[in-house]
Design a protein around this ligand. Structure first.
Ligand code: SF4
Ligand code: F3S
Length: 106
């Protein structure tokens, strides 16, 4: 499966959901998660993310390994998202800020 990583937090551009053929994205207050059971590994979402926050599970950097389990857990908790919506107004100022897990809202 593909995995949403740290840099999505507080950016949440949602461009990714427009291309997912199986609606594998689930929406929290400031982050999206991919359900690894639904994801068919098509890879279409990866280049769509302006924050470069999506990678294939095997390519997750060691320091973000926890996001693999986190995506699975949050996808089970949150509602499905199928439509692109406006990003937070300050999304661009958060794009690239490191270690945003502390800001994750559940
Ligand atoms: Fe959806 Fe494909 Fe991305 Fe998986 S890799 S979340 S199926 S767009
Ligand atoms: Fe997040 Fe990128 Fe999608 S910032 S909402 S993974 S387009």
């Amino acid at each position: 499966a593909f995995v949403v990583l740290d840099n999505c937090i507080k950016c949440k551009y949602t461009d990714c959901v427009a291309v997912c053929p199986v609606d594998a994205f689930f929406e929290g207050p400031n982050f999206l998660a991919i359900d690894p059971v639904i994801c068919i590994d098509c890879g279409l979402c990866e280049p769509e993310c302006p924050a470069n926050a999506i990678v294939q599970q095997d390519k997750v950097p060691a320091e973000q390994h926890g996001f693999i389990q986190l995506n699975a857990e949050l996808a089970a908790l949150w509602p499905n998202i199928r439509e692109v919506k406006p990003a937070p107004t300050d999304a661009d100022t958060w794009n690239g800020v490191p270690d945003k897990l502390q800001y994750l809202a559940i």
